[in-house]
Design a protein around this ligand. Sequence first.
Ligand code: NAP
Length: 256
Amino acid sequence: MQGSDERGTATILLLGGTAEARVLARRILETWPDARLILSLAGRTLAPDAVPGALMRIGGFGGAAGLAAFLRETRVARLVDATHPFAAGMSRNAAAAAARAGVPRLSLWRPPWDPVAGDDWTPVACLKGAVEALPPGARPFLALGHQHLAPFFRRADLRPIVRMIDPPDPPLPAAARLVLGRPFPDPAQEAALLAETGATHLVCRNSGGAISYAKIAAARALALPVVLIERPPPPAPPLAASPAEALVWLGALKAP
Ligand code: NAP
């Protein structure tokens, strides 16, 4: 089998950066203890959680051509793109590189959230739309990556609250309040945090998935308006909606 070493051990490259990728990594290693699993991260988090048994690599590949070369050189048998639904560039590169290297590729693409009764959502197409959707003097809770914050800071009337896993460098502007830590999976804890900060709005992306849904449920419980940035189109098929579906796709890899 392509991608098998002399012991018949298959190599799987898993593009991560999401909770689902970590879940899938653990499930792969439980299911096929002999598989050689490479978990690749972009390097956005200073101290990412390791997955015992997985080989971790950190940093970009150098575009689709770099990834195609990596797939060939590392003799990867299957590529699973489990990056974030908003990481559209990486997903495009993954599809192109897999085609170029002749490696089967699957994208793990979790479904977007849909509004339910009690939600007060303003869907917007982009960051600029999110900034413009906030009324004068708003105190938005920005559940966004640090690279997406600058347009909010340019509005002098806003008093944003920013949650980050690592302390920002350079520090946030004086008008912003920093909350350090990961999102709580429990809506009640998210609601307590939103209430304590005095947030008037929640601004986030329609990421989908169970773990980061807690803030959406919390906003609903507090009747807090949500400015929701819509996601880019899905990657090219085949797609899996969950780690379990991805595991089925990988089933053909089972070591002899
Ligand atoms: P992006 O714009 O699609 O990717 C930018 C570049 O980062 C890619 O071209 C690639 O560099 C590198 N990269 C991305 N994911 C990688 C991975 N898993 N392994 C190795 N290199 C990777 O993505 P992004 O929005 O900056 O997100 C970066 C990472 O953060 C992704 O892995 C994603 O899963 C994670 N993440 C993103 C979000 C979000 O809201 N966008 C939220 C949570 C987590 P090269 O071209 O040099 O290969």
